[in-house]
Write a protein that binds this ligand. Structure first.
Ligand SMILES: [Zn+2]
Length: 162
């Protein structure tokens, strides 16, 4: 390697700044300047350890809920009448007291899931509906948007209106 100042061949070059210019010089010439850091080597690009934003920025939680239809009372009554059964007959088939059937038809007594299933089969009606509960949670903001079961039932009811 050659000193850039005096042209002398040396094993090791010193990096100095002479008159504002960076030079690779021999040991002797190095005294004329001020030490400078070696030329910038191509540094390995630092691998950023920055945690990447999760790809799942927005999580959507879904859950299915089986709920009784809002007009279950009417459906039970209509179903029974269509079958041409009396309350007593239905009562015997379902295994519920007559006054319980009467209350169900009036909407005063909510049938248990078990009873509702029996009624569905016996009367050939649908008493359950599946509602989707969707909640979108955005991690970038605290916005929360959710449809409650109540909202969905309301929508269903409005759709069903003639
Ligand atoms: Zn030199």
């Amino acid at each position: 390697m050659q000193c850039e100042l005096c042209g002398k061949n040396v094993d090791t070059l010193r990096y100095v700044i002479i008159d504002g210019a960076r030079m690779a010089v021999c040991e002797n010439c190095a005294k004329l300047g001020i030490p400078a850091p070696p030329p910038a080597e191509k540094r390995l690009q630092e691998v950023s350890l920055k945690r990447r934003m999760s790809k799942i920025d927005e999580k959507i939680f879904q859950s299915m809920n089986r709920v009784l239809v809002p007009d279950w009372a009417e459906r039970i009554k209509e179903g029974r009448i269509k079958k041409g059964w009396t309350r007593e007959e239905l009562s015997a088939k379902v295994g519920e007291p007559v006054n319980a059937i009467a209350k169900m038809e009036n909407g005063d007594l909510r049938p248990s899931d078990e009873t509702a299933k029996k009624l569905e089969k016996l009367l050939g009606i649908t008493l359950f509906q599946e509602v989707k509960e969707i909640e979108a949670v955005s991690s970038s903001s605290s916005e929360r948007r959710g449809l409650t079961i109540g909202d969905l039932i309301k929508l269903e009811k409005e759709k069903g209106m003639k």
